[in-house]
Each structure stands twice: as C-alpha cells, then as structure tokens.
Design a protein around this ligand. Structure first.
Ligand code: HEM
Length: 456
C-alpha cells in the first residue's frame, strides 16, 4: 500500500534561516498553528505579501494575490459576490456536467485498458473547465486525440510556476539581472507570460465585441461579470487581464492537483474506494434505480445529492491535509514583532510558512498522522468534524482565506464521484509517484494509471 512520505514529527518546526549578508534573505520558517493564527489572522495587517512577493509574482500584475490594502479589499468584495452568485454557480455546474459528458468520459472510454497519465488528463480537463467559467469559452485542450502540442497556454502556466521557485532561492538582484538579459529560467518566465498575455487579451477583446452586440443575452462567465462590475468604476484591459490571469492561476492547478493526488490515494487504498462507492450507491439510491439507468456509464450525481457525500468530503479533506496544492505561503513583516512561539521578528524579515509540514505534524493529527484515513474527519454521529483553519491550512486561514473553497468542494465531489462510479483506476505497476518542486504541488513523473470502464 502506498504511504505518504516525509513525516514532520518535530514540534511545530520554527527556525531562523540566514541568507547571505548582502541579500536581505533572512527568514523564519514555521508550521506552528499559533504562529499561523498570529501571522494570517490576528496581526495580518502587519504581515503583508510585501515588495519581494510582488516582484517574484510580477506576472500576476495587480491581481488579488499580489496586492494588499484597499486594492485587495475592493477585489475581494467583487470576487466574493461573483463567486457566491447562485445563478453563476448553477451555470458552472451545468457546464461542468456537459464537459464531463462531452469530453472527459469519451476520452477515458477511448483509452480504456491503455496506460493513461491521469495527472495530464486532470490538468487539461481543469484548464478547459476554468476557461469556461472565467472566459466563457472552451479551448478544447482535452480531446480524444490527446494533448495538442500547438496549445501552449497550460504549458506556459506550468513553466512559470516551476521557474518561479528559483526566484525564491536566489537573491533578488541575481534573478533580476538574469531577467534583464533573458537568461535561464527568466527567459522562460518572460516568454510564457507573453504567450498567456496574448491569449487573455484576445479573450478580453472578443468579449468586448460580444457585449456590444445587443442581441447577445447576458453571459454568466466571470469575465463578463467583472466587466459589468467594472463599468461602475475603473476597469482597464490591464486590470481585467490581471484579475483573469489570477483566477485561472488560482483555480486550475489547485483543482487538478487535488484531483490527481486523490485518485492516486484512492487507487492505493481499496478500502477507501469501496466506502466511497457504497456511499454513492446509498445517497443516490442507486439500488432502487431502473436497470437501464444503473447500467449507464454516464452517471452523474445531482446537486441536491452532494451534501450526502460525507465520506467523499472527508476523503477530499484528507487528501488536502497530506498534499495541499499550495504547499507553502510567505509573508513579510511590516514592523518588528514577537511571534507567539517567542521568536523575534525584525522589520522586513520574511516568513515562510509550510502548509505541507503542518498537515503531517503528530502534535496536530496524532500518531497516525502519516496514514491516509478519511475517517479522522467524521464524527460518531456521521458528520464532518470541523478542524480550525489555523490547523488545516490548505485554503489558508484569516481574512485572505481562499474564495474558491466552497466551489472547489462542489466541483471535486461532482468529478470524483463520476470518475470513480464509472471507471476503475489501477496504478501502472512500477510507477512511482513523487512530488515535484513548484509553487503548486504536482507529481514529478505524472500519474500513470490504467482505466477500465466499470461494469455497473
Ligand atoms: C482545492 C482547491 C484550492 C485550494 C487548495 C486553494 C488554496 C488557496 C490558498 C492557499 C490561497 C491563499 C493564497 C495566498 O494568499 O497566497 C487561496 C486564495 C485564493 N483562492 Fe484558492 N484554492 C483552491 C481553489 C480555488 C478556486 C477554484 C478559485 C476560483 C477560481 C480560487 C480562488 C482564490 C482567490 C480569488 C484567492 C485570493 C483570496 C484573497 O487574497 O483574498 N481558489 N486559495
């Protein structure tokens, strides 16, 4: 049975790391819940993303991830109301279902029995899906013919996310010098940013033309909503580009990462798979359905049935505990401070917070912290146990908590229940799954599986 790697049994590691004296790279690394509450909630105004963060993630422009203060407040309010709009949520659910029926199932059917990299499938599916929500069109990246090499956009995001790790480990002056002369990973970042800018500006231009046509009914994608909201204030193409870039970056890899790690964990824990299938059967009253209905591989759960999938909800939480898509966070101290753990923080010092280590700490999760055990999330009464967000930080904690959390659970429940009910996924023998260094946790050599259509 596969086991998650690298335990973190040390009491809430907190250490000072010294960079070269000239580089201003000293930082404190922590995974302590008390420090998390202090940095991200109680004193969050003191711990901003800071100028270094903004420089490292400059390709996000003035999008919500990269700003503090009034600009952050304004964007947060706007995105909060868009993401909580019921009509929009229903639209997202409908497009997701159509996309699964129209593309995901045919792709899996076409490759039945063959070796499939499910991480690739998850990435392509989520990219198409997020473009549908955000831009209102399907780029058709995932197709029965396989990944199109002429489709550079998802690859461009991947290259940026991998290359940006380098900016975290060398002094700012070094990567800025390389950027000026287009050397090494900096060359990749500039090239990929240009590719993505072209894609997004083009989508904005087309959307503007569509909106000018009176006969076009109101569209329910996020770009249209952002444009409508922007008409009341200032909304330049550049600010739309920054928001759209950020939303695609925020949603696509976090969801495809969770889906990939979950499929691997479930495939290597048959007891968990069995319980998920039993739950789907119970909640959807599958047993009582017509034979013809039961036999259809196009089974999809309905929105009303989602709340009943408690064990699946727990499985998603357990996956996110062990494999948080955003494995670390950093902040910069705006002023001198003392952390609850007693550490002195100098003004301007960087804080590196490991969400990954926190999910593997014995003092939070107990002696079985390294085991994949969805049951730990379920109470005796059969409800989900609430774990405070400063201990379960996959979606962060405090005022900057992820705005897509509820939507992510909903989407993942739809997708996972449909895949697991309709297909049996086995690991390809000898394939080793291991994480790769990137700002989003993905699998180094993919997720090689064999997919079989279930005889339901
Ligand atoms: C499993 C899926 C997801 C995980 C684990 C996740 C995790 C996170 C984390 C850790 C942050 C904090 C980042 C930071 O401040 O540096 C964040 C923020 C954010 N997320 Fe997610 N996310 C997920 C899915 C999504 C989706 C689908 C969307 C919507 C498209 C989304 C939208 C956002 C936004 C807008 C923020 C910024 C919030 C703010 O700064 O106020 N996320 N997310």
């Amino acid at each position: 049975m596969a086991q998650p790697t690298e335990p973190s049994r040390k009491p809430a590691a907190r250490s000072l790391f010294k960079g070269p004296w000239f580089a201003n790279m000293d930082f404190i690394a922590s995974s302590d819940p008390l420090n998390a509450h202090h940095i991200f909630s109680k004193s969050y105004a003191k711990y901003r993303k800071g100028e270094d963060f903004k420089a490292i993630f400059e390709f996000l422009g003035e999008g919500i991830f990269n700003v503090d203060g009034e600009s952050w407040k304004f964007q947060r309010q706007m995105l909060h109301s868009i993401l909580n709009n019921e009509e929009l949520q229903n639209h997202m659910t409908t497009t997701l279902k159509l996309k699964m029926e129209g593309t995901l199932f045919p792709v899996l059917d076409a490759r039945a029995g063959a070796e499939v990299d499910m991480q690739e499938v998850a990435k392509m599916f989520m990219f198409d899906n997020i473009c549908l929500w955000v831009l209102g069109f399907d780029p058709g990246y995932l197709s029965v013919d396989g990944r199109s090499e002429t489709f550079p956009y998802d690859k461009a995001f991947e290259e940026i996310f991998e290359a940006v790790i380098y900016r975290h480990i060398v002094p700012r002056g070094v990567w800025e010098f390389q950027k000026r002369f287009g050397i090494g990973s900096e060359k990749k970042i500039s090239h990929s940013t240009k590719v993505l800018d072209e894609f997004i500006y083009n989508a904005i231009r087309i959307k503007k033309q569509e909106m000018q046509k009176e006969e076009q009914g109101q569209q329910l994608d996020m770009l249209t909503q952002l444009m409508i909201a922007g008409q009341k204030g200032e909304s330049s193409d550049k600010s739309l580009r920054d928001m759209v870039f950020t939303l695609i970056a925020a949603g696509k890899d976090t969801l495809s990462s969770t889906l990939s790690w979950l499929l691997w964990l479930v495939a290597t824990h048959p007891d968990v798979e069995k319980k998920i299938l039993e739950e789907i059967e119970r909640v959807t009253a599958m047993a009582g359905r017509q034979e013809s209905d039961k036999g259809t591989y196009r089974f999809l759960i309905s929105k009303d049935e989602l709340n009943g999938l408690v064990y699946l909800h727990a499985t998603i939480c357990e996956t996110l505990r062990l494999y948080p898509p955003v494995p670390f966070e950093h902040r910069c101290a705006d002023e001198a401070d003392v952390l609850p753990t007693g550490h002195r923080v100098k003004k301007g010092m960087r804080m590196l917070f490991s969400i990954y280590s926190m999910g593997r700490m014995e003092e939070i999760w107990g002696k079985d912290c390294m085991e994949f055990k969805p049951e730990r999330w379920i109470s005796e009464e059969g409800n989900i146990i609430h774990v405070p967000s400063q201990k379960f930080m996959a979606f962060l904690t405090g005022p900057k908590t992820c705005l897509g959390k509820a939507m992510s659970f909903m989407q993942l429940k739809f997708i996972v229940s449909a895949i697991l009910w309709n297909y049996k996924l086995d690991m390809v023998e000898g394939h080793i799954v291991k994480p790769t260094p990137s700002i989003v946790l993905s699998m180094k050599d993919g997720l090689k599986m064999r997919v079989y259509k279930r005889d339901v």
